[in-house]
Design a protein. Structure first.
Length: 241
């Protein structure tokens, strides 16, 4: 019922990371008309695991033309990107799967907040519990009144001069964790610097000391709702420090 609707800008943002490796973007095309039939990508990253930094490839965007999905094209693409990653002396990867592989050594909680509950019910994204009315569901999902929340500082979009302070905050937060992405300041800049319609980072600046005390970042990923007119969805994936 739902399909991610990646923009060109979002795909570029994800794939063209600092020090990206062009050979890790693997396409499968028709030799006669040049049409893209399959794709898989890898991007280089470093992960700190119990104080040990491990070079990895982050695998993403695996897709195959629906007419070829019984031809074992996906395993071939995975095997090929693995070969190219191994040529760089990298033997570990991060990727998502619909199945759980043995044995997980960490987990993260993933929360949803419905901003338009009525629309989510109408499109089938959410469902009412037995004996629950739409009015009661919307009341339960209503956003809290934030007018009385006291924020010490001025929230605003991040700008380039904020990067050193944001990077320090990121490193301090990582020191509390056993597993985290080991980003340089340049790499973190790629992931956090705002791009309209793609990624946003909001910082809170203490007005007296002009010091960044907090930041949150989110990216925007629209979803197409199939077989329905006049509706689309947008996910905002948020990380808070």
């Amino acid at each position: 019922m739902f399909r991610f609707e990646y923009s060109v800008g979002l795909i570029r943002w994800v794939l063209l990371v600092t020090n990206y490796i062009k050979e890790w973007h693997v396409g499968l095309k028709n030799s006669k008309n040049g049409k893209l039939l399959g794709f898989i990508s890898g991007t280089p990253t470093k992960v700190n695991i119990n104080s040990k930094v491990v070079k990895m490839a982050e695998i993403n965007f695996l897709c195959v033309n629906r007419k070829l999905r019984t031809k074992r094209m996906a395993p071939m693409l995975i095997k090929e990107v693995t070969r190219r990653v191994n040529l760089k002396g990298i033997w570990s990867a991060i990727y998502t799967s619909g199945s759980t592989f043995p044995t997980p050594f960490s987990e993260a909680n993933y929360y949803h907040k419905s901003l338009n509950p009525k629309k989510n019910i109408e499109t089938g994204f959410s469902r009412l519990a037995p004996k629950e009315t739409l009015a009661r569901y919307c009341k339960k999902m209503k956003l809290h009144d934030m007018s009385n929340v006291n924020i010490v500082g001025e929230p605003r979009l991040m700008i380039s001069k904020d990067l050193p302070q944001v990077y320090d905050l990121y490193k301090k937060q990582c020191e509390k964790q056993k597993i985290f992405f080991k980003f340089s300041q340049q790499e973190l800049s790629h992931h956090l610097m705002p791009q309209d319609g793609i990624v946003y980072t909001i910082v809170v600046e203490n007005s007296d000391e002009k010091k960044i005390t907090d930041f949150l970042s989110f990216y925007n990923l629209p979803s197409q709702i199939l077989k329905q007119e006049g509706h689309n969805h947008s996910f905002m994936n948020v990380s808070l420090i």
